[in-house]
Design a protein around this ligand. Structure first.
Ligand SMILES: NC(=O)c1ccc[n+]([C@@H]2O[C@H](COP(=O)([O-])OP(=O)(O)OC[C@H]3O[C@@H](n4cnc5c(N)ncnc54)[C@H](OP(=O)(O)O)[C@@H]3O)[C@@H](O)[C@H]2O)c1
Length: 333
């Protein structure tokens, strides 16, 4: 390995309002030496996730990110040197590489991956996004043939896969997304039955028109007002899979929670359950087999949004939070 410089993006300040470029700084450091049990990685693709912003608010399912550290983030990387048994130069891995060119990471925190082409699929459909959609919908939402499934952030990385899996399972699928273009894309390209533009007026009314018989499964990526609009439209014994709350991540959360909790949950006998994809990792092979079969048969379309250049990573996250991505956003380093 000839490179000596490691470009890194630090989080220099935690935002109190909206995330901006001023919260990050690009610096140069020496390429690290891997210690015993570590592998030195060349980062190839950095995953941009709405959760990156939530980590700045405090501890979640992981520790909070702290200032003056390399910004945390998942990445697909190639091993360039290894002091760990089981990893060799040339291996492809997934782990919390952070926003940088090179990372020395303990092997026990890395997942060795097959060298699938394109490598980008290891972050999208075969990565956290695809697995979250798969397990969250099938294990928490438990959709049955003929049921109505509604998904929010439907044109994003998780949502676009949720809707397509629900179609494969024979459901009527309604996506909620921001803007006419995204909504048109969901119905014309991804085969959703209907789409609601939540930026164009009252979601409740538009949802009622799109799902006139009510909702059996709501896959909630956003929380807030959209969850509130879905709750009264749930059918008795409906399931709400709580995947995330992107409407609450960037800036001050709304001062009231969704109304109707717990009253509507009681009256409609709803099951509302959160989940973290990591809990299902022991069943990853089963999910991968299904996802690969659906991609191979053309039933599942993979939408990726690849941005070039480490230096563009902050803007890529800021933009994602504002909804300028379609499908899985990542940065090619
Ligand atoms: N539970 C788990 O294990 C797990 C794992 C991975 C991800 N997640 C969750 O999955 C969700 C999707 O994350 P992702 O990383 O895949 O991002 P993504 O869906 O690709 O991008 C985020 C999308 O959220 C939408 N959005 C932003 N602000 C919104 C608002 N106020 N109301 C409604 N929609 C809004 C934007 O689309 P529009 O243009 O439509 O607004 C944006 O494209 C997040 O809640 C994340 O935390 C959970």
């Amino acid at each position: 390995m000839n490179a000596t410089v490691n470009r890194q993006i630090l989080l220099v300040e935690k935002p109190s309002g909206k995330l901006g470029p001023e919260h990050f700084r690009l610096v140069e450091a020496p390429v690290p030496e891997p210690k015993d049990g570590e592998a030195l990685l060349r980062v190839r693709y950095i995953s941009l996730d709405a959760a990156n912003r939530a980590w700045m608010q405090g501890a979640t399912y992981r520790a909070a990110v702290e200032t003056d550290n390399v910004m945390a983030g998942g990445g697909v990387a190639e091993v360039v040197a290894s002091n760990a048994p089981g990893l060799a130069p040339g291996d492809i891995v997934f782990g919390d590489t952070g926003w940088q060119d090179y990372a020395a990471v303990p092997a026990r925190h890395l997942t060795r991956l097959p060298r699938i082409e394109p490598l980008t699929h290891l972050l999208s459909v075969y990565g956290i996004a695809g697995l979250t959609a798969y397990f969250g919908l099938l294990e928490i939402g438990k959709p049955k043939h003929g049921e109505t499934v509604v998904v929010s952030a439907a044109a994003g990385s998780v949502g676009s896969i949720v809707g397509q899996i629900a179609e494969i399972k024979g459901c009527r699928v309604v996506g909620i997304a921001g803007g006419q273009d995204k909504c048109h894309w969901l119905t014309s390209e991804l085969g959703f039955d209907a789409a609601v533009d939540y930026k164009d007026g009252a979601v409740f009314k538009a949802l009622k028109a799109a799902a006139p018989n009510g909702i059996d499964v709501y896959f909630d990526n956003v929380g807030g007002d959209i969850l509130e609009a879905c709750l009264p439209q749930m059918k008795n014994y409906g399931r709400i899979a709580c995947c995330g709350a992107v409407s609450q991540y960037d800036g001050a959360p709304s001062d009231h929670g969704p109304r109707g909790i717990p009253g509507l949950i009681v009256v409609k006998r709803l099951i509302m359950q959160g989940f973290i994809v990591m809990d299902f990792m022991d069943r990853r092979e089963q999910a991968m087999a299904d996802l690969q079969a659906w991609v191979g048969s053309g039933q599942l379309k993979v939408q990726e949004d690849v941005i070039d250049g480490l230096e563009n990573t902050p803007q890529a996250l800021i933009g994602l939070l504002a909804g300028d991505n379609r499908g899985k956003r990542m940065v090619r380093v």
